[in-house]
Design a protein around this ligand. Structure first.
Ligand code: GLN
Length: 281
């Protein structure tokens, strides 16, 4: 089979899936990976080129997995995030542009001194690795409970050449040895029932553990509040990503005798997405 024919057949398969926005681009990414080309050098290949049987079979398999709801990032095995590249698979949340917005806010704080930073639920490492890369003076720790996610996190720390101290523990039983100046988190925040529906509809293929925020989606935020009251230094910040409809809950949870909400920021799509809380007492 020629490259031209294969390309055409794969695009036809993906064109039947409503959730695939750009079948042409996705097929190009998948074939580039299999032919070991960059997506731009792929465009220079001759459409008459004969394709090996293994490549053809692997391409059909990937495209069928995509049709069944697997994300392109997990098929390709990587995803660009901010200015870095992250290895991903089905054991971690696929990095989202909304989280780049949180990272950008953190870097814009322009803190140049040595501070202690904790990323709660680090997953593939998007937040902690990007922050450590851009602020090498910061002492960055990453908390993650999933052993499978930790394997990927370790590889992303190494491949991006950063210094991050990984702690394999459940946040709900975590007693740190010291307090922090910054606590960052993109915790699971989707109510359990909605996660079930998302997964059943193939609207997401992220692991349940990375999405499920308990019956009302807020259990991690309540725990983050308790944690920040104990382990955030006075004047320190807790910066969290959350669902577009959770701003009110954030303000209810985080305005307390010891904490106060500084602001909720909207992401590039204009949706409430990141809330910043300060330790005041
Ligand atoms: N911190 C990681 C990310 O933002 C993982 C978040 C999660 O698994 N909920 O990608």
């Amino acid at each position: 089979m020629t490259l031209g024919d294969l390309n055409k057949q794969l695009i036809e398969i993906l064109s039947t899936c409503l959730f695939v926005e750009s079948p042409v681009t996705e097929v190009r990414l998948i074939l580039s990976k299999l032919l070991k080309k960059t997506p731009s050098s792929f465009l220079g290949l001759s459409l008459q080129m004969e394709i090996d049987r293994e490549v053809k079979e692997a391409a059909f398999q990937f495209v069928n997995e995509r049709k069944n709801g697997r994300s392109v990032a997990s098929i390709l095995g990587f995803r660009d995030f901010y200015d870095l590249q992250f290895e991903v698979d089905d054991n971690v949340l696929i990095p989202r542009p909304e989280t780049e917005f949180l990272v950008e806010y953190v870097l814009n704080l322009n803190i140049d001194k040595e501070i202690r930073v904790l990323d709660v639920g680090a997953g593939s490492g998007t937040i902690c690795v990007t922050v450590a890369k851009h602020r090498p003076k910061w002492n960055v720790e990453a908390l993650e409970v999933s052993e499978k996610a930790i394997n990927i996190l370790k590889r992303n720390v190494d491949s991006n050449n950063v210094n991050v101290n990984i702690i394999e523990k459940d946040f709900f039983n975590f007693e740190p040895a010291h307090s922090y100046d910054l606590i960052l988190s993109n915790p699971p925040y989707i109510p359990t029932e909605d996660v079930m529906q998302l997964l059943a509809r193939h609207d997401a293929d992220d692991p349940m553990l990375a999405l499920d925020g308990g019956s009302d989606g807020l259990i991690f935020y309540r725990e983050l509040k308790e944690f920040a009251e104990k382990f955030l230094n006075i004047g320190g910040l807790l910066i969290m990503e959350h669902g577009f409809d959770q701003k009110k809950s954030m303000h209810e949870i985080f305005n307390s005798a010891l904490l106060c909400v500084v602001q909720t920021l909207q992401d590039y799509a204009g949706l409430d997405r990141v809330t910043i809380v300060k330790k005041i007492g």
